[in-house]
Design a protein around this ligand. Structure first.
Ligand code: AHR
Length: 492
């Protein structure tokens, strides 16, 4: 089968946004404890952070990290996580039926971010709390000094303000599972009033209102419209969350799951622009896609009421395979293709919990197959995103109807052009012809495996990793994309 792609530098979508490559650390399972933080681990530094995880985080190329949740934030008291560790309370975490020891809180998180070279992005609790607690947290974090809360931060060792620019106004309040679940009107009012008050402390904050927890939510569309009617003037972004998995062995649909992400983005942009038009506003609301990933939610069993409340139990530890990484690559391509309106995104999550990085408590850390598309896209997507309109054979998918075998995007900088391409075909390679006048292919890699369900393990950590693609021709320029593969092609 053959596909064709024309690359024209004139067709620019938007700059590549570094925040597209954000991640997420939630107090959930082993993401924080035995994930980023494990005093006593052979690689732990003086602050208890695992150096092996810090190294992999830097290699992943993650730009921002959202914290502390997720569902967790909707019951969280941020003050529990500051001050001397021995005085911090242990609390029930209703979201994940766990015990939270509070050994890590906002100061440790920001310290970890500085070490990892990432920007912190903070969520406030609008589930069980409201305006005063959000203001207190903001003052504690960002006010230089001279008030009780800012001086407390200084006394805790953080002389300089944390200077957190991006703030999420709650998490998934549209979901009935959320502690403090609200109607769109209730949430919209609370988010607007919280945002207005936060801007009185710092008008320059970038604020994210909660959108829908998925495009399949019964309130999807109406939720965004109502929330934005209330918050339009005081927020900058609205969130989208989406998780995908292979269902009932339908690999064809799964590999095309970015079709839903595209629909989700289009619908939220249309809704936001509609509200803007009704309000006669010249302002534009962009999207923070601040939870996205492959997640086998059907395998997740919520703890039974009355059962134990363990500390940092192994939860949501999906072990990804090649097909997951290829579907994941397709989602990354969609985020990049929509860079004109998706200006931030967070891969959920970073370590152990539906994560690109896995760890053993006290032991090894390794890269899941999904690590690689993320790390390559973060490293090589540079300059501008170019609009490409691939000409590709189609296939029939049970979930999305006819979809192209090829899903692709290109970016262009002074270094040259990079094409990111997924071949969704399960039964054969795809010959991709590139039309890019004056350019030559300088290198190509592919992430594939004869077994689409091949995984990486601590004992075999590199089974699924990118390898050079030697099936390249220059005149005309052609690259053979193996079946079920993620590909990176450099031209200059
Ligand atoms: O990322 C896991 C969970 O998924 C988050 O806590 C929640 O916001 C979403 O439902």
């Amino acid at each position: 089968q053959q596909a064709h792609l024309t690359i024209d530098p004139a067709f620019r979508v938007a700059p590549v946004r570094r925040r597209t490559f954000g991640g997420f650390v939630e107090h959930l399972g082993r993401c924080v404890y035995t994930g980023i933080y494990e005093p006593g681990h052979p690689t732990a530094d003086a602050d208890g952070f695992r150096r092996d995880v810090l190294d992999l985080t830097r290699e992943l190329g993650v730009s921002t990290i959202r914290y502390p949740g997720g569902n967790f934030v909707s019951g969280y008291r941020w003050e529990d996580g500051i001050g001397p560790k021995q005085d911090r309370p242990r609390r029930l975490d209703l979201a994940w039926h766990s015990t939270e020891t509070n050994e890590v809180g906002v100061d440790e998180f920001v310290l970890w971010c500085r070490k990892a070279g990432v920007e912190p992005m903070m969520a406030v609790n609008l589930g069980t709390r409201g305006i005063p607690e959000a203001l207190d947290l903001l003052e504690y974090c960002n006010h230089p000094s001279g008030t009780t809360l800012s001086d407390l931060r200084v006394a805790h060792g953080a002389k300089e303000p944390h200077d957190i620019r991006m703030w999420c106004l709650g998490n998934e309040l549209d979901g009935p599972w959320q502690t403090g679940h609200k109607t769109a009107r209730e949430y919209g009012r609370l988010a607007a009033e919280t945002a207005r008050a936060m801007r009185m402390i710092d008008p320059g904050l970038e604020l994210v209102a909660c959108g829908s927890s998925g495009s399949g939510m019964p309130t999807f569309g109406e939720w965004e419209a109502t929330v934005l009617e209330e918050t339009y003037d005081v927020v900058d972004l609205i969130s989208c969350h989406a998780y995908y998995q292979e269902k009932d062995g339908d690999l064809g649909s799964f590999l095309a799951c970015s079709t839903d992400m595209d629909y989700f983005i289009r619908s939220v942009v249309a809704t936001a622009d509609h509200v803007g038009a009704k309000l006669k506003s010249r302002k534009r609301i962009d999207i923070s896609f601040d939870e996205w990933n492959i997640w086998y939610q059907s395998r997740f069993q919520a703890a039974a009421p009355g059962s134990d409340w363990p500390v940092a139990p192994p939860l949501l530890e999906d072990h990804y395979h090649l097909a997951d990484a290829v579907a994941f690559g397709g989602l990354l391509i969609s985020l990049l293709r929509n860079s004109d309106r998706v200006t931030a995104a967070s891969l959920a999550q970073l370590v152990n919990v539906i994560a690109p990085i896995m760890t053993e408590p006290g032991g090894r850390a390794w890269r899941q197959p999904t690590f690689h598309p993320f790390a390559q896209a973060s490293r090589y997507a540079a300059g501008d995103v170019l609009r490409v309109e691939p000409v590709s054979p189609l296939y029939d998918s049970a979930q999305y109807g006819e979809v192209p075998l090829l899903h692709a995007v290109a970016t262009r900088s002074d270094e040259g052009v990079t094409v990111f391409a997924v071949n969704r075909a399960v039964d054969g390679p795809l010959s991709l012809e590139l039309d890019a006048r004056g350019l030559r292919i300088t290198s190509a890699t592919t992430l594939t495996d004869p077994d689409v369900y091949a995984r990486n393990t601590a004992d075999d950590p590199d089974r699924v990793s990118p390898r050079p693609n030697e099936n390249v021709e220059q005149d005309p320029m052609r690259v053979l994309l193996p079946p079920v593969s993620w590909n990176v092609i450099h031209l200059s």
